[in-house]
Design a protein around this ligand. Structure first.
Ligand code: DC
Length: 197
């Protein structure tokens, strides 16, 4: 049985933690779609044409050790604004989403573009300050610069012409600014359970 949970939201809102927890609880496969864009961004940073990189993306690209840095996030956000890069990644994501046994995908356009038919759609967000603080705890460095980078990436992801970051009309909003991760997981798991019936 195919069952898709679509989780969208800005950087460091808690999408990854929530997705992994839901996937584990319900036995669903999980795809962090940001990794696809990070891998394309990393190959582009090495001089490759981003469209060619997206069309030729290999599983080994997703296992690179350098995809979690702030620089990799910015490179991903830049290549993600190129329509041909996005188009090259659609089929893989849709196939993943409809695999038997269920899937959780997290990203920016899962509920709006990749899986508008997803059984459960969540939009996970938090204030820019809270998200920047979380990112800073992970990566360290200058806190003000981390906040600037979060805001810059939000603006680029929300204002691009193709598949901008925004909640689907029927997405349930979860704000993790003040909610603990345990409460966010409980809320989301309850929605999935009710939809499964
Ligand atoms: O979720 P993340 O921080 O790993 O994503 C990195 C960048 O990739 C993000 O700034 C925008 C882009 N992205 C996207 O455009 N669409 C997705 N479904 C996932 C990520």
């Amino acid at each position: 049985m195919a069952f898709t949970v679509a989780i969208d939201g800005p950087a460091a809102a808690g999408k990854g933690t929530l997705s992994r927890a839901l996937a584990e609880r319900f036995g669903f496969a999980h795809l962090d779609t940001g990794l696809l864009y990070r891998a394309v961004g990393a190959r582009a940073a090495e001089g490759e044409d981003p469209i060619a990189a997206a069309r030729g993306l290999l599983p080994a690209d997703l296992a690179r050790a350098d995809l979690r840095t702030l620089a990799a996030g910015q490179a991903a956000s830049r290549v993600a604004a190129i329509p041909e890069v996005r188009a090259a990644l659609v089929d893989f994501q849709r196939r993943f989403a409809r695999q038997p046994g269920g899937a959780v995908l997290d990203g920016r356009d899962i509920g709006t573009v990749i899986c508008p038919e997803a059984e459960v759609k969540l939009f996970v967000t938090a204030s820019a300050e809270v998200r920047a603080h979380r990112r800073w705890l992970e990566v360290g460095g200058d806190a003000a610069q981390v906040l600037d980078e979060v805001r810059e990436r939000d603006a680029r992801d929300m204002n691009r012409a193709d598949a901008p970051l925004r909640p689907a009309a029927d997405a349930v909003l979860i704000d993790t600014s003040t909610l603990s991760i345990a409460d966010a997981v409980a809320q989301a798991a309850d929605l999935v359970q009710r939809r499964i019936g």
